[in-house]
Design a protein around this ligand. Structure first.
Ligand code: BEZ
Length: 160
């Protein structure tokens, strides 16, 4: 089953880098009582993700926050060390939370996994963006394939 608008985000655990190393963050902690702009992509350091998807959310972070977004989060099926290194490489600072879903637990719970085994990348996440209001999906844009045409920050701004 694939998550859709109106559904509650299922319980899962993600990880993020802290000064003390990788730390868990639950979906309840991430989404509870907040309006969150979440986007996910097939891989850190991959071409479209690095050239367009993540930079678009960094560039539009102030605009998203001006429209009532409390937090912006990026999820990929990578480990927390890779997500941290990618965030630093992209000068994300504290604009976007770089969240690791290394075992695809969150991604599978949403039904948004992407089989890239034949391309040597294993099981990854589909590319998508969503607005989550207190744990419930309020807007959702899922791409068909690895390209980006509907999951960009500007489109998500239009939902707010
Ligand atoms: C990309 O971001 O362009 C990409 C991601 C995963 C596989 C292939 C391409």
């Amino acid at each position: 089953m694939t998550i859709k608008v109106g559904d509650r985000i299922p319980s899962a655990t993600l990880r993020r880098m802290t000064a003390d190393g990788p730390a868990e963050i639950s979906t309840e902690e991430l989404f509870g009582g907040k309006r969150v702009a979440l986007f996910a992509l097939p891989g850190a350091f991959t071409p479209t993700c690095s050239a367009k998807h993540l930079p678009g959310f960094v560039a539009n972070a102030d605009a998203l926050k001006a429209k009532g977004v409390d937090a912006i989060a990026c999820v990929s099926v990578n480990d927390a060390f890779v997500m941290d290194a990618w965030g630093k490489d992209q000068n994300v600072g504290d604009t976007v939370m770089m969240l690791a879903d290394g075992s695809a637990e969150f991604t599978r719970a949403l039904g948004l996994e992407l089989d890239l085994i034949a391309r040597g990348l294993g099981v990854r996440s589909q590319r998508y963006s969503m607005v989550v209001e207190d744990g419930v999906v309020a807007a959702l844009h899922v791409e068909d394939g690895t390209g980006m045409s509907v999951s960009d920050a500007e489109t998500l701004l239009g939902d707010l």
